[in-house]
Write a protein that binds this ligand. Sequence first.
Ligand code: FPP
Length: 253
Amino acid sequence: MVSLDQTQLDEELDMTNIPEHIAIIMDGNGRWAQKRHLPRIAGHKQGMNTVKKITKAASDLGVKVLTLYAFSTENWKRPKDEVNYIMKLPVTFFNTFIPDLIKNNVRVNVMGYIDELPDATRDVVNKAIEDTKDCTGMVLNFALNYGSQAEITTAVQQIAKEVQAGQLSPEAISQETIEQHLMTHGLAPYSNPDLLVRTSGEERISNFLLWQIAYSEFVFVQDHWPDFGQQTLIDTIKIYQSRHRRYGGLNKK
Ligand code: FPP
């Protein structure tokens, strides 16, 4: 994997304003494959290679958290063969990429209903978290069997239980209480994405991080995920840097 050229980066980007948390909806694997008369799973395989490339690029840029939407709670509706294939991808990915992640000081985190994953997928994910637990650089955060409405529902159930047990009064429930019960809590102080990217020209959120994207900048790119490269990442960051974030106020934070 070629490293990004620092001089070129300094010319293209304001290196003091790199989004700390980038979240990506990796869309278009199927269409990428269909365009090439390949089975859809060939798109997912190529998409996995893009994950490797973009992980390295984001880490080189100094991104603190890269969240990738790999499988949603709704994706189980896909044909069984496709679901089985996607569930095997983390096994291939982590079995080949852990040494590179450690070399680049990247820590793996997974958010989602991990217990519902096939045994082999869950085991490899837990091993990846364990193997990289001492890494202090970028967090590579996979959303796997993740859905934001389910996440919020679970949070509400947990908070209700605390109220029922007398540990919390309803009046004491604050935005922070809710944030503490979301799956992104462990990513603090980078829980909320600064930049949300969706590939393949679709402009939807698809049940991704609904609470956390309240003030994220959205960038929609035409490339299908397997075609998303280092330069596309740099271009999306350039767009981000051209935005004026006001958080509901009048001035830049
Ligand atoms: C969306 O494209 C993609 C997915 C639902 C799967 C994403 C998975 C990967 C990119 C690989 C993940 C890798 C690891 C290591 C977990 P789509 O199938 O919806 O494309 P389409 O809209 O063109 O049909």
